[in-house]
Ligand binder design. Structure first.
Ligand SMILES: Cc1cc2nc3c(=O)[nH]c(=O)nc-3n(C[C@H](O)[C@H](O)[C@H](O)COP(=O)(O)OP(=O)(O)OC[C@H]3O[C@@H](n4cnc5c(N)ncnc54)[C@H](O)[C@@H]3O)c2cc1C
Length: 291
């Protein structure tokens, strides 16, 4: 493996300056559970790895007025071990607690999961259904990107030279809101999703109709997909098994899976239908019991 130096800046300005100066020869990292594997496999060569964990903004986790801010380097275990976050964002906890095993969850961040831009990433779809926003900082200053627009292809994202993800912001969920994430893997754990679905719904006061919904699909396209037609279909509908089955069909029509060693196209499309129905049912149950 090509030798590289370890750099640990203490401020965002310092991190941006290093990344901008070194360009493609340096990359930031949080848990390094993706990037070290990729370096060892010789996927690319670097002169420096820039550890973000000494930069305070990237390790902060806070629930503010009902909204959640997750520093880009906060490990998954810190997210699911926080009782208040667990109660308010169970759909996110579904994902944070199934990424790898305990050792991986102690290092891996949702920020790294997002920046790695794998179509099968488990953390991205739950962020999308929560309408999360990526807060970026680069040589030109700060900017925002919606999480659904962040990944632009397998392993590619909107970040520019010298730019990094500082934190992910989730707005306060509306009243009577529930979300859920499920994936299908051939084993019980520690595998890459063949397909995954995140669902979120908010109900009207009587619980008789859906007033807002978002569905997102993993591992069935070059990027995680916000299923816009299926989400729009759910608006105003009664939250019934029939409605959810129809939403599943529409969601499958928004997927464009490939066939590979983990599954055929047909299998993946069927999984999207099934997982859409199942995650909507869990999101509905959570919406009915949310405060
Ligand atoms: C055994 C094992 C099991 C796994 N299981 C799963 C699984 O079940 N589900 C799943 O989705 N993934 C899984 N993964 C992949 C990986 O653990 C996750 O994608 C994890 O969330 C990555 O987070 P990280 O902090 O380790 O990222 P890192 O490896 O630190 O970074 C990943 C990428 O993002 C970039 N990056 C990181 N932080 C920033 C930032 N703030 N700004 C800009 N760019 C940044 C890095 O340069 C790198 O390209 C597994 C990995 C292993 C080794």
């Amino acid at each position: 493996m090509h030798p590289f130096s370890y750099v640990a800046p203490r401020t965002l300005d310092e991190a941006v300056e290093i990344l901008d100066r070194r360009g493609e020869r340096a990359r930031p990292f949080a848990g390094a559970t993706d990037i070290l594997v990729q370096l060892r496999a010789g996927r690319f060569e670097l002169d420096a790895l820039v550890d973000l964990k000494a930069v305070p903004e990237t390790t902060a986790l806070s629930l503010d007025g009902g909204g959640l801010r997750i520093g880009a380097a906060v490990p998954c275990c810190e997210i699911y071990e926080d009782a208040a976050v667990r109660a308010a964002f169970p759909g996110l906890i579904d994902a944070a607690s199934l990424i790898g095993g305990i050792q991986i969850q102690s290092r891996a961040s949702l920020g790294g999961n997002l920046c790695n831009a794998s179509p099968s990433a488990d953390g991205v779809c739950p962020l999308i259904v929560h309408s999360a926003v990526a807060k970026l900082r680069g040589p030109e200053g700060e900017r925002d990107a919606s999480v659904e627009s962040f990944c632009t292809g397998p392993g590619a994202n909107v970040l520019r030279r010298g730019e990094l993800l500082v934190e992910i912001e989730l707005p306060p969920p509306p009243e009577r809101f529930g979300a859920a994430y499920q994936r299908f893997i051939p084993r019980n754990e520690m595998d890459i999703a063949v397909a995954g679905v995140a669902s979120a719904v908010a109900l009207d006061e009587d619980g008789a109709a859906i007033v807002s919904a978002r569905l997102a699909l993993a591992a069935v396209g070059p990027t995680p997909i916000l299923a816009e037609r299926a989400s729009a279909f759910l608006m105003g509908k009664p939250p019934t098994t029939e409605t959810f089955a129809e939403a599943g069909k529409i969601a499958a029509s928004e997927a464009s899976p490939i066939a590979d060693m983990r599954g055929t196209k047909e299998h993946r499309l069927q999984l999207i239908e099934t997982l859409t129905r199942r995650t909507l049912a869990v999101a509905l149950a959570r919406a009915r019991t949310s405060r």
